[in-house]
Design a protein around this ligand. Structure first.
Ligand SMILES: [Cu+2]
Length: 186
Protein backbone atom coordinates (compact mmCIF):
# COMPACT_ATOMS: atom_id res chain seq x y z
CA UNK A 1 0.00 0.00 0.00
CA UNK A 2 2.79 2.38 0.93
CA UNK A 3 4.43 1.69 -2.40
CA UNK A 4 1.20 2.53 -4.21
CA UNK A 5 0.88 5.79 -2.31
CA UNK A 6 4.49 6.72 -3.11
CA UNK A 7 4.06 5.92 -6.80
CA UNK A 8 0.85 7.95 -6.91
CA UNK A 9 2.55 10.83 -5.15
CA UNK A 10 5.44 10.77 -7.63
CA UNK A 11 3.02 10.70 -10.54
CA UNK A 12 1.24 13.83 -9.38
CA UNK A 13 4.30 15.80 -8.28
CA UNK A 14 6.55 15.20 -11.31
CA UNK A 15 4.89 17.73 -13.66
CA UNK A 16 5.19 20.36 -10.95
CA UNK A 17 8.87 19.54 -10.48
CA UNK A 18 9.50 19.88 -14.21
CA UNK A 19 7.99 23.37 -14.11
CA UNK A 20 10.37 24.33 -11.32
CA UNK A 21 13.42 22.86 -13.04
CA UNK A 22 15.37 19.69 -12.40
CA UNK A 23 16.42 18.57 -8.91
CA UNK A 24 20.02 19.55 -8.30
CA UNK A 25 22.69 19.08 -5.64
CA UNK A 26 26.24 20.22 -5.04
CA UNK A 27 29.22 18.67 -3.26
CA UNK A 28 32.16 20.82 -2.21
CA UNK A 29 35.12 18.45 -2.46
CA UNK A 30 37.95 18.56 0.10
CA UNK A 31 41.26 16.71 0.06
CA UNK A 32 42.90 14.76 2.88
CA UNK A 33 43.95 18.01 4.55
CA UNK A 34 40.37 19.25 4.51
CA UNK A 35 41.30 21.86 1.86
CA UNK A 36 38.75 22.65 -0.87
CA UNK A 37 39.74 21.30 -4.32
CA UNK A 38 36.58 21.81 -6.36
CA UNK A 39 32.99 20.84 -6.78
CA UNK A 40 30.65 18.18 -8.07
CA UNK A 41 27.23 19.05 -9.44
CA UNK A 42 24.35 16.56 -9.61
CA UNK A 43 21.39 17.19 -11.91
CA UNK A 44 18.54 14.70 -11.88
CA UNK A 45 16.98 14.17 -15.30
CA UNK A 46 13.96 12.02 -16.21
CA UNK A 47 15.66 8.64 -15.87
CA UNK A 48 19.26 9.31 -14.86
CA UNK A 49 21.46 11.62 -12.82
CA UNK A 50 24.19 13.68 -14.48
CA UNK A 51 27.28 14.13 -12.28
CA UNK A 52 29.68 16.90 -13.31
CA UNK A 53 33.08 17.02 -11.64
CA UNK A 54 35.43 20.01 -11.67
CA UNK A 55 38.58 19.63 -9.56
CA UNK A 56 42.01 21.15 -9.12
CA UNK A 57 44.58 19.77 -6.70
CA UNK A 58 44.64 15.99 -7.01
CA UNK A 59 47.64 13.79 -7.84
CA UNK A 60 47.68 12.99 -11.58
CA UNK A 61 46.45 9.76 -13.11
CA UNK A 62 43.26 7.70 -13.34
CA UNK A 63 41.01 7.82 -10.26
CA UNK A 64 37.93 6.02 -9.01
CA UNK A 65 34.93 7.99 -7.83
CA UNK A 66 31.88 6.60 -6.05
CA UNK A 67 28.79 7.73 -4.19
CA UNK A 68 29.24 6.62 -0.58
CA UNK A 69 26.32 6.01 1.74
CA UNK A 70 26.80 8.61 4.49
CA UNK A 71 26.95 12.37 4.04
CA UNK A 72 30.03 13.28 6.03
CA UNK A 73 33.60 14.21 5.09
CA UNK A 74 34.66 15.65 8.46
CA UNK A 75 37.13 12.85 9.17
CA UNK A 76 39.60 13.89 6.46
CA UNK A 77 42.48 13.12 8.84
CA UNK A 78 41.26 9.52 9.08
CA UNK A 79 40.73 8.89 5.38
CA UNK A 80 37.02 9.73 5.09
CA UNK A 81 35.97 6.34 6.49
CA UNK A 82 32.87 7.86 8.14
CA UNK A 83 31.30 8.20 4.68
CA UNK A 84 30.71 4.44 4.92
CA UNK A 85 30.54 1.96 2.06
CA UNK A 86 28.92 2.60 -1.28
CA UNK A 87 25.35 3.75 -1.64
CA UNK A 88 23.87 0.27 -2.03
CA UNK A 89 20.39 -0.22 -0.54
CA UNK A 90 19.76 -3.32 -2.66
CA UNK A 91 22.94 -5.08 -1.51
CA UNK A 92 24.36 -5.61 -4.98
CA UNK A 93 27.99 -6.46 -5.66
CA UNK A 94 30.39 -3.67 -6.53
CA UNK A 95 31.48 -3.14 -10.10
CA UNK A 96 30.13 -1.82 -13.39
CA UNK A 97 31.47 -5.02 -15.01
CA UNK A 98 30.36 -7.35 -12.23
CA UNK A 99 27.62 -9.84 -13.26
CA UNK A 100 26.05 -9.30 -9.80
CA UNK A 101 26.49 -5.54 -9.87
CA UNK A 102 26.71 -2.70 -10.03
CA UNK A 103 25.94 -1.14 -6.69
CA UNK A 104 24.14 2.19 -6.75
CA UNK A 105 27.30 4.15 -5.90
CA UNK A 106 29.36 2.87 -8.82
CA UNK A 107 30.62 5.35 -11.42
CA UNK A 108 33.21 5.25 -14.24
CA UNK A 109 36.80 6.33 -13.57
CA UNK A 110 38.13 9.75 -14.53
CA UNK A 111 41.60 11.16 -15.26
CA UNK A 112 43.52 13.87 -13.42
CA UNK A 113 45.86 15.90 -15.65
CA UNK A 114 49.53 16.48 -14.74
CA UNK A 115 48.51 19.95 -13.56
CA UNK A 116 46.21 18.40 -10.97
CA UNK A 117 43.09 19.49 -12.83
CA UNK A 118 40.21 17.24 -13.81
CA UNK A 119 36.86 17.77 -15.46
CA UNK A 120 34.46 14.91 -16.08
CA UNK A 121 30.82 14.03 -16.50
CA UNK A 122 29.10 10.79 -15.55
CA UNK A 123 25.53 9.63 -15.95
CA UNK A 124 24.00 7.06 -13.66
CA UNK A 125 20.55 5.51 -13.73
CA UNK A 126 21.21 3.65 -10.47
CA UNK A 127 20.71 6.63 -8.16
CA UNK A 128 18.56 9.75 -8.00
CA UNK A 129 18.59 12.72 -5.66
CA UNK A 130 14.99 12.33 -4.51
CA UNK A 131 14.38 8.59 -5.02
CA UNK A 132 12.42 8.95 -8.28
CA UNK A 133 14.54 6.06 -9.63
CA UNK A 134 17.25 3.83 -8.18
CA UNK A 135 18.76 4.53 -4.77
CA UNK A 136 18.06 7.81 -2.99
CA UNK A 137 21.14 10.05 -2.67
CA UNK A 138 19.53 12.68 -0.43
CA UNK A 139 18.10 10.24 2.12
CA UNK A 140 18.08 10.81 5.89
CA UNK A 141 21.83 10.24 6.36
CA UNK A 142 22.76 11.90 3.08
CA UNK A 143 25.61 10.71 0.86
CA UNK A 144 29.13 11.72 -0.10
CA UNK A 145 31.08 11.69 -3.34
CA UNK A 146 34.42 10.01 -2.61
CA UNK A 147 37.53 9.95 -4.82
CA UNK A 148 40.11 7.18 -4.44
CA UNK A 149 43.85 7.17 -5.12
CA UNK A 150 43.66 4.48 -7.84
CA UNK A 151 41.27 3.56 -10.65
CA UNK A 152 38.44 1.10 -10.10
CA UNK A 153 38.77 -2.31 -11.81
CA UNK A 154 34.92 -2.39 -11.85
CA UNK A 155 34.88 -5.98 -10.63
CA UNK A 156 36.65 -6.84 -7.36
CA UNK A 157 35.11 -6.39 -3.89
CA UNK A 158 34.41 -4.16 -2.14
CA UNK A 159 35.69 -1.14 -4.12
CA UNK A 160 37.47 -2.48 -7.18
CA UNK A 161 41.00 -2.10 -5.80
CA UNK A 162 40.62 1.67 -5.77
CA UNK A 163 42.70 2.12 -2.61
CA UNK A 164 42.68 4.99 -0.14
CA UNK A 165 40.04 7.70 -0.10
CA UNK A 166 41.84 10.93 -1.04
CA UNK A 167 38.98 13.41 -1.45
CA UNK A 168 35.37 13.73 -0.38
CA UNK A 169 32.36 16.02 -0.70
CA UNK A 170 29.03 15.92 1.11
CA UNK A 171 26.21 15.94 -1.46
CA UNK A 172 23.76 18.69 -0.51
CA UNK A 173 20.49 19.81 -2.09
CA UNK A 174 20.87 23.00 -4.14
CA UNK A 175 18.71 25.31 -6.19
CA UNK A 176 16.97 23.46 -9.03
CA UNK A 177 18.52 23.45 -12.50
CA UNK A 178 16.37 25.84 -14.51
CA UNK A 179 14.94 23.96 -17.48
CA UNK A 180 14.59 26.25 -20.53
CA UNK A 181 11.06 26.79 -21.85
CA UNK A 182 9.88 24.07 -24.23
CA UNK A 183 10.05 26.54 -27.14
CA UNK A 184 13.76 27.10 -26.44
CA UNK A 185 14.53 23.39 -26.47
CA UNK A 186 13.73 22.85 -30.14
CU1 LIG B 1 34.53 4.62 -3.07
Amino acid sequence: MLRFVLVTLAFFTLPALADQGLPRALANIVDGDGEPIGQAEFIQAASGTLVRLSLNGLPPGPKAVHIHAVGTCDDHCDGFMDSGGHLNPDGRKHGLLNPDGPDAGDLPNFYVHESGQAWAEFYTTAASLDGSFGATILDSDGAALVIHENPDDHLSQPIGGAGARIACGVIEAAEAWALPEASERE
